[in-house]
Design a protein. Structure first.
Length: 193
């Protein structure tokens, strides 16, 4: 058996040498590690490897199933929420924002004419005031499509309007109060957004 002085030599001194001696003494006291069992000594078998792969594949499938179900639910909700009616109109459910949490509505985009985009909006739960319906292009510029007035909080309001703008892919509509500077914060937005 090799002694501590033979292993280390004279190089480390002082507290470092004492620290190394204490570690050496603990290792000597612990003794050699136990022998491996024959099963562990022989290494993994083909059955072990294939079983591990099958369990991993099963786990991935179990994790993928809820994600696929959630994606299908989103597609279903969006398709029902923005389904075209038999007359070619598009009904877009609207939900309130934190500025008007109890507000709800429906924007019905009718079949376009050569020069305008007819629409009808039905709202409930907005505070009395004047509001604008805006077409938002690619999330940036706002184009006013029409206005309506809510006279009292309890009653709903249905208004028809003709927008000079037609929607393009990526566009959406929002409702915001009219202000002296243009429009305030959004109070209604599409329920699917």
């Amino acid at each position: 058996m090799t002694t501590f002085d033979e292993l280390i030599g004279a190089e480390p001194a002082g507290t470092e040498r004492e620290r190394l001696r204490s570690v050496h003494d603990m290792l000597v006291e612990a003794g050699p590690p136990p022998e491996l069992t024959p099963e562990l000594a022989s290494g993994p078998t083909l059955a072990m490897t294939l079983g591990r792969r099958a369990r991993a594949k099963s786990r991935r499938r179990r994790m993928l199933l809820p994600a696929v179900a959630a994606a299908m639910l989103v597609v279903l909700v969006v398709s029902f929420a923005t389904a075209r009616n038999s007359d070619g109109s598009l009904a877009i459910p609207l939900t309130g924002t934190p500025k008007a949490p109890n507000a709800v509505g429906t924007l019905i985009v009718l079949k376009p004419t050569k020069t305008t985009q007819p629409m009808k909006i039905e709202v409930q739960g907005l505070k009395p005031g004047q509001y604008g319906v805006y077409l938002v292009h690619q999330g940036r510029s706002w184009e006013k499509c029409g206005t309506f007035v809510v006279r009292d909080l309890a009653g709903g309001r249905t208004t028809s309007m003709d927008s000079p703008y037609r929607a393009k892919p990526g566009d959406t509509w929002v409702v915001a109060p009219l202000t002296a500077k243009g429009h305030g914060a959004t109070v209604l937005r599409p329920a699917t957004a």
